[in-house]
Ligand binder design. Structure first.
Ligand SMILES: CC(C)(COP(=O)(O)OP(=O)(O)OC[C@H]1O[C@@H](n2cnc3c(N)ncnc32)[C@H](O)[C@@H]1OP(=O)(O)O)[C@@H](O)C(=O)NCCC(=O)NCCS
Length: 172
């Protein structure tokens, strides 16, 4: 299996916030943003693995800034690390100022996807090569985030989460 750079998996979705997608305060409804992020992230995971992919877990979402009605929202997803059959996908969300065109970071999230065959069974994926400083940082942290997600899901015992434990012991 040929590895891919993280950059090669980049997926960008740009769209408006319409009235049907807002909450009573006229900001983008959280569930709508989750769906947009899921779509972009699944395309990244598919670009990397060239397989069917399913969302296994939403590991982290930070709704740092409300996104008002009418905003132009850009969702950018990249596979940060691939394991055996699973892939961590990092998603950055930006809004764009109408007059200046300047982009402001609004939210971020981390999803886990698994590549599966036609019967839904997990299958191996190629490795990811991080290139930029931020890609390397996200790659390095991905194993402990995978362990945390598995511990929270009851799929790993805390004492088996060696990378996660090292984070606390070494105060990394
Ligand atoms: C995701 C799914 C394929 C995992 O199947 P499984 O039987 O648990 O398979 P495994 O235990 O072999 O896990 C497969 C991989 O997923 C990872 N994984 C499973 N659950 C995870 C979780 N909660 N967090 C992070 N990774 C997880 C495992 O660590 C493993 O990774 P690796 O192969 O890279 O080491 C299966 O649970 C599934 O099909 N879920 C439904 C997916 C779906 O419909 N998504 C849309 C939701 S609406």
């Amino acid at each position: 299996m040929t590895p891919n750079t993280a950059g090669a998996t980049k997926t960008t979705l740009t769209d408006l916030v319409l009235p049907s997608e807002t909450n009573p305060l006229n900001n983008l409804f959280g569930g709508e943003l989750l769906a947009r992020m899921d779509r972009a992230a699944s395309i990244s995971a598919r670009r990397h693995s060239r397989r069917f992919v399913v969302t296994a877990s939403v590991n982290h979402v930070a709704f740092n800034r409300a996104i008002p009605l009418g905003s132009v929202v850009t969702v950018e997803a990249k596979v940060s690390r691939a394991f055996k059959s699973s892939m961590e996908v990092y998603i950055d969300v930006w809004t764009e100022d109408r007059e200046s065109g300047l982009k402001t970071k609004a939210n971020e999230a981390i999803y886990t996807f698994v590549a599966v065959d036609e019967t839904g069974r997990p299958i191996p994926v190629p490795e990811i090569i991080p290139e930029t400083k931020i890609e390397k940082l996200r790659y390095e942290g991905a194993l402990r985030r995978k362990e945390l997600s598995l511990v929270l899901a009851g799929k790993m015992k805390p004492n088996e989460a060696t990378e996660l434990k090292a984070l606390f012991l070494n105060d990394k």
